[in-house]
Write a protein that binds this ligand. Structure first.
Ligand SMILES: *[C@@H]1O[C@H](CO)[C@@H](O)[C@H](O)[C@H]1NC(C)=O
Ligand SMILES: *[C@@H]1O[C@H](CO)[C@@H](O)[C@H](O)[C@H]1NC(C)=O
Ligand SMILES: *[C@@H]1O[C@H](CO)[C@@H](O)[C@H](O)[C@H]1NC(C)=O
Ligand SMILES: *[C@@H]1O[C@H](CO)[C@@H](O)[C@H](O)[C@H]1NC(C)=O
Length: 930
């Protein structure tokens, strides 16, 4: 409990007030009020009249001080308030159950779970006959085949519903722009019940989300926890979990019940400054003004109620003072609201922690919090004790405030004793894959129990809802997921999701995952990297050590893939008789590989033990601004957007300028170096454009420090880029098509098949038009236009036609999402559809590449391709997977195959056990050691 707060004697002294304290409080209160009124009656009866609603006033006053919590005997409930009559009871047997109990350490092997009436009735080894017998034929029985079952995922930071997809002009209700401080707004008033993302996120195991207003305002408004599933009522309110009584019963709520938790969003730093044309100083002042108003109301209420309790009715108004504007903040000051703060930097932590102490309110969680791991002690000084911290795993450097974000933050914060949550900020990250955030946090050092808790139990605790969600426990809501592999294994996908006991997947497409994925992944040791992140204040050095002439010997090499003479990825046998082999490299070139006896004879130089690891081709990044963009919103760190000759006024001086990415390349940025350390050795960059007309792309090496270094630029001109969609410069799509067919100089080279034409396009109808255009151009020129479709969310609908036309596809992102109308028919993949887009295109022999959207994502290419292969249910080999982010992109774009190789210790590129330790570069004649 916050120290020094002034609570009347009948209020529970703890924010985690339990039933007994409340009951006790009621008794004490009743005695006090009887005592005060009897004293008053006997001594002052001739002076004042008791108002007829005196008891109501005293009740209302008492209610002001109750702290939220479940009603008495909640744990003994028999049926959920969310139970949908007719839902079949379900018995899950033969399951490996992670319950969330004992700090996430409890696992019930070969266990059983019985759910009925929307709640878990039993979890343990063997369900007793008192619950269910073999004669209960109405019970749905699921043999989990030893698969893992966990509580469903709870997302502590989401804009589901308020920022719905597909994004349409009329549907965005994330941010009000009407004032920097608006505690009276409620996200509930903007929750669209038709967001396409509900069913997608459910298919990733997500049951609940805290729907927060956006971060444009210092105080953006009140937030609500919703369950994602459909309801019979179809209303936003029917989705809300434990809605405050005022929403259900208005002023007629029973005042003797403890209130339910409320939630509010605050934001510090850049966003409110930008939107309200102010500075951090202005924002903090606005916070202080607002909290001061709330404090005045609170003090007036306290004074009023003190008088009422003392029986000093004379001159007292008919009810305690209230303020519709400030009541939510008054409740914050009364400890009845979970405050969730969007915040990044040390300076902002200092101010907001200061604010919490000045006005004496607790903070439930700091969100984003990219610098929290650098100043844990500041966070711990928050009024009332340390808040939780809700972070992304690897999403960072997307703005200045997140420049020092670290993949080790989750681990470091946990080591500091802070509660860590992984969050999506949906649709910033697609919350369907929130579990992936936990997987990455685990990969970068967070222990498995804490990583799983970070998306299940911990958010439930921080939301004040752990009495019913976040654990598999008798009496808890029946929100749980059966996973096709260990939930911390890459690509873990639900076989079934239950919310309020209702199975959410009507006909799930189930993948058969390799047995190796059924246990907690063994992850690499990143202790040094993690401590370096702190040591260097968030900017640890990333440059590798170069070996140019001396030999480097890799021992304990289990497997190896290289590009053959055609550029295609092939597997090579290094291990001899099942025993790991040796690879000797000198001057960046492999001299020998095979058994130790053959290769070890030559000079060994540095010896690098790969511990059963592997060597495979470096990956090629495509799709983001990598190489042209360092911090996206900071113009001074970027190459900038090009003018569009159609919609912009282009100065005549610039009319004939060739727009080439190669002229603007930026080497050595942090996203580049991190991608390089993650096995990405080259990238293709194209000028940033928002219109129809792009420019010429370039291929470059991520290992180079500047353009003049030998072979830093792989290829000056790769392809001509254009875009086609409804979102571009207000032109009709048909106008854009008309333009693309124009016989300008660029298009001449393209139409003669000299360089590829890369079209950024999503909608199947537009793709169809492009295929017709290609056939016309080809007929006219007698040559073949090299057409590559990128993004291509709906390409799967035309897989055969695309294959027949000899057109290639680079899917961006790897796991598609219907963010816009043009992307509406994106294929979600298992468990919603049997195949993903990659699978469909691959099956039709379309050459497919995978790209990314934002620069920071480059580091995750290897996980994207590994995941794509897992989703293809055995139809893609590891070599095929590597091709998706290397040789396929090169062959589609006609780029000379790059021969750089990556050495991974502890496993191959696709495994969470592995870590890239070196890059072997034959072209640049060196080995880079990390
Ligand atoms: C549990 O699942 C495993 C794996 O599918 C299976 O081999 C075993 O027979 C099952 N046990 C029972 C009791 O159903
Ligand atoms: C709200 O109203 C419902 C329906 O009348 C009632 O069952 C419930 O007890 C009320 N809750 C409170 C807190 O007053
Ligand atoms: C995956 O492959 C297995 C085994 O071949 C098959 O039983 C299963 O139906 C496939 N799943 C999907 C979604 O195609
Ligand atoms: C794809 O290519 C393979 C190998 O060349 C061939 O056997 C198969 O029929 C092709 N599939 C389609 C759909 O064209």
């Amino acid at each position: 409990m916050p120290k020094g707060s002034t609570l009347p004697p009948f209020a529970s002294p703890s924010p985690t007030s339990n039933t007994r304290q409340i009951v006790l409080g009621l008794v004490v209160f009743t005695i006090l009020s009887l005592w005060s009124s009897s004293r008053y009656l006997s001594t002052h009866s001739t002076l004042t009249v008791i108002p007829s609603n005196a008891q109501r006033i005293l009740d209302d006053c008492a209610a002001l001080y109750y702290l939220p919590g479940p009603p008495p005997n909640f744990a003994a409930r028999d049926e959920s308030d969310r139970y949908v009559p007719g839902t079949r009871p379900t018995l899950i047997t033969n399951a490996t159950i992670w319950t969330g109990a004992s700090g996430g350490r409890e696992v019930v092997h070969s266990g059983e779970i019985y759910i009925d009436k929307g709640i878990v009735k039993y979890v343990g080894k063997r369900v007793p006959e008192t619950f269910v017998t073999s004669r209960d034929h109405h019970v749905l029985r699921i043999n989990a085949g030893l698969l893992w079952v966990t509580p469903a995922i709870n997302d502590l930071h989401s804009h589901l519903g308020v920022d719905p997809v597909p994004e349409l002009r009329g549907s965005d209700d994330t941010n009000s722009r009407n004032g920097i401080v608006q505690p009276w707004l409620r996200s509930l008033d903007g929750i669209d019940t038709h967001d396409e993302a509900y069913r997608l996120s459910i298919s990733g195991g997500v049951a609940t989300a805290l729907v927060l207003p956006g971060s444009a305002n210092a105080i953006g408004g009140q937030a609500f926890v919703i369950k994602l599933r459909e309801t019979k009522d179809r209303t936003p309110l029917s989705k809300v979990l434990e809605p405050p009584y005022s929403l259900l019963n208005g002023t007629h709520a029973d005042p003797s019940l403890p209130p339910r938790w409320r939630y509010i969003k605050h934001a510090a730093g850049e966003n409110p400054s930008r939107v309200y044309h102010g500075t951090r100083m202005d924002t903090i002042w606005q916070f202080r003004v607002a909290y001061n108003e709330a404090r005045k109301v609170k003090l007036a209420q306290d004074a009023y109620c003190a008088k009422a309790r003392a029986g000093q009715w004379a001159g007292l108004p008919a009810s305690p003072p209230e303020s519709l504007q400030w009541e939510a903040l008054v409740d914050v000051l009364r400890g009845r609201v979970k405050v969730n703060i969007h915040i990044y930097e040390t300076v902002d932590f200092t101010s907001l922690v200061g604010l919490s102490n000045e006005f004496e309110f607790h903070v439930a969680a700091f969100h984003h919090a990219h610098e929290a791991y650098l100043v844990p002690d500041v966070l711990k000084q928050t009024y009332g004790g340390p808040p939780g911290v809700a972070v992304f795993a690897t999403n960072a450097r997307y703005k200045r405030e997140s420049y020092r974000g670290s993949e080790f933050a989750a681990k470091l914060l946990h080591d500091q004793g802070l509660q860590v949550v992984m969050k999506s900020d949906h649709p910033v990250l697609n919350s369907r894959f929130l579990l992936y955030e936990a997987q990455q946090a685990h990969y970068y050092g967070l222990d498995d129990a804490t990583a799983l808790a970070a998306v299940t139990s911990t958010p439930a605790e921080l939301a004040g809802l752990s009495h019913r969600i976040g654990y598999i426990k008798s009496g808890h809501d029946a929100d749980l997921v059966i996973w096709d592999s260990h939930p911390l294994a890459l690509g873990a996908t639900p076989n079934q999701v239950f919310i309020d006991g209702i199975p959410q997947l009507s006909k799930p497409f189930v993948l058969q995952k390799p047995p190796g994925l059924q246990t907690v992944p063994k992850t690499p040791d990143f202790e040094k990297e993690a401590s370096d992140a702190v040591r260097y204040d968030g900017l640890p050095p990333l440059k590798p050590t170069k070996r140019t002439d001396s030999a480097v010997t890799f021992v304990n090499v289990q497997s190896m893939w290289i590009k053959g003479s055609s550029g295609a990825v092939e597997s090579l046998l290094v291990a001899q008789n099942g025993r790991p082999g040796v690879v000797v490299v000198r001057g960046g070139t492999i001299q020998c590989f095979g058994g130790a006896t053959q290769c070890m004879a030559s000079e060994q130089g540095d010896i690098i033990d790969l511990h059963g690891g592997s060597i495979s081709p470096g990956l090629v990044s495509f799709g983001s601004g990598l190489g042209l963009v360092e911090i996206p919103p900071e113009a001074s760190t970027n190459d900038g957007y090009i003018l569009d000759p159609i919609s912009d006024t282009v100065p005549s001086l610039l009319k004939d300028v060739e727009i080439r990415a190669v002229d603007g390349l930026l080497f050595g940025g942090r996203n580049i170096l991190i991608a390089y350390r993650s096995g990405v050795t080259s990238a293709i960059a194209y000028p940033l454009f928002g219109g129809t007309f792009g420019g010429l792309s370039a291929a470059f090496s991520l290992g180079a420090s500047h353009k003049l270094e030998e072979n830093a630029v792989v290829q000056d001109v790769v392809a001509l880029h254009v875009g086609l969609s409804h979102l571009r410069n207000g032109l009709s799509v048909s106008t854009q098509i008309g333009f693309s067919g124009d016989q300008e100089k660029w298009f001449k080279a393209v139409s003669e098949g000299k360089i590829p034409l890369v079209v950024d396009v999503d909608k199947a109808d537009h793709i169809a038009t492009l295929l017709i255009l290609k056939s016309e151009v080809d007929r006219a020129s007698g040559k073949s236009l090299r057409l590559v479709l990128i993004r291509a969310s709906e390409a799967h609908l035309l897989a055969k036609e695309i294959a027949d036309a000899g057109v290639g596809v680079i899917l961006i992102p790897a796991r598609q999402f219907p963010g816009t109308w043009d992307q509406l028919r994106a294929l979600p993949g298992p468990p919603l559809t049997p195949e993903s887009a990659i699978g469909v295109l691959f099956r039709h022999n379309v050459t497919v590449g995978l790209g990314i959207t934002e620069e920071w994502e480059a580091r995750n290419h290897r996980f994207d391709i590994a995941w794509a292969a897992l989703e293809a249910n055995g139809t893609l080999s590891k070599a095929d997977a590597i091709s998706l982010a290397s040789s396929n992109i090169e062959s589609l774009l006609n780029v000379e195959p790059q021969m750089d190789l990556v050495a991974y210790a502890g496993g191959d590129f696709s495994e969470l056990s592995s870590k890239p330790v070196a890059i072997i570069s034959p072209l640049r004649s060196y080995v880079d050691i990390f």
